[in-house]
Ligand binder design. Structure first.
Ligand code: NAD
Ligand code: ZN
Length: 244
């Protein structure tokens, strides 16, 4: 796809940048997206919003773990792609004036070296206590099934450190993203169907404050109308071109 010189200049000259990523940024790493029709959308006949729900943690925690361990198994051989690397490179140029907000739980941005990152929905390679104490536990990507499964402090079972359907975002994370989006001069959304709120509202905030807004997605999304430019194509192909 052809990218205009004007757009490349806009990106090069941006001083404060906020990027929002969704499942699509990891698609080229082989991580299935949900709405994009990946075969991980259904688990034993249960739609993903049912198995990945707060209710299931209460009713059948072992089943939740089975599903998340399955997803960790899918991730085991997935590596960061050109898009993850391009974003890391962009951050290294702008440092604290670059914020990456991701809805992904796969940890691939961090693996690629991104540091100014907010993992809005948590990280699949971490677990936390079901009693809600502050302790978190890292898991090795190869540690499948997970362990340990009991909190050292509370003796309560652990659950994935992921925001499930029916749960609130961890306090402070989104607020920080909003603050940043409020005074960025460039906002970019990559590989998200933009139907999951409140993440999707970040673009609205940035747009309202006058930021130049770019979307990268092979398909049109419900939020496409918000963007100054919508680049239709794959993140791993477009991003390196824009940031050349
Ligand atoms: P989604 O599955 O709803 O949408 C993915 C979007 O990516 C689609 O709009 C699709 O057109 C686009 N896409 C596909 N291939 C692409 C590519 N190569 N380059 C750019 N875009 C591409 O994902 P979502 O909007 O992130 O929402 C799903 C929710 O499920 C999120 O909250 C997320 O936490 C979770 N999820 C995470 C992962 C992950 O961690 N990798 C994977 C699936 C779902
Ligand atoms: Zn605990």
């Amino acid at each position: 796809m052809q990218i205009s010189a004007e757009l490349i200049k806009k990106v090069a000259e941006a001083k404060k940048v906020c990027v929002l990523t969704g499942a699509g940024v990891s698609a080229e790493s082989g991580v299935p997206t949900f709405r994009g029709g990946g075969n991980s959308a259904v688990w034993k006949g249960m739609p993903f919003d049912q198995i990945s729900s707060a209710r299931m943690v209460k009713e059948n925690l072992p089943e939740v773990w089975e599903w998340f361990d399955y997803r960790r198994g899918v991730l085991k051989d997935c590596k960061p792609n050109e898009a993850h690397r391009a974003l890391m490179f962009w951050e290294s140029r702008l440092r604290e004036n670059f914020l990456l907000v991701t809805q992904n739980i796969d940890g691939l941005h961090t693996q690629a070296g991104s540091r100014n990152i907010i993992e809005l929905h948590g990280n699949i390679q971490r677990s936390k206590c079901t009693k809600g104490c502050r302790l978190k536990y890292e898991m090795l990507p190869t540690e499948i099934p997970h362990s340990p499964d009991i909190c050292d402090l509370c003796d309560a079972p652990l659950r994935p450190d992921v925001v499930l359907f029916g749960e609130m975002l961890p306090e402070g994370y989104f607020e920080y993203a909003v603050e940043f989006a409020n005074d960025c001069d460039l906002f970019m959304s990559i590989g998200t169907s933009a139907v999951v709120y409140p993440a999707a509202s970040l673009a609205e905030i940035a747009k309202k404050k006058g930021a130049f807004c770019i979307e990268i997605n092979p398909e049109e999304t419900p939020a496409s109308y918000l963007y100054n430019e919508s680049l239709r194509g794959k993140a791993g192909e477009i991003l390196p071109k824009i940031l050349q």
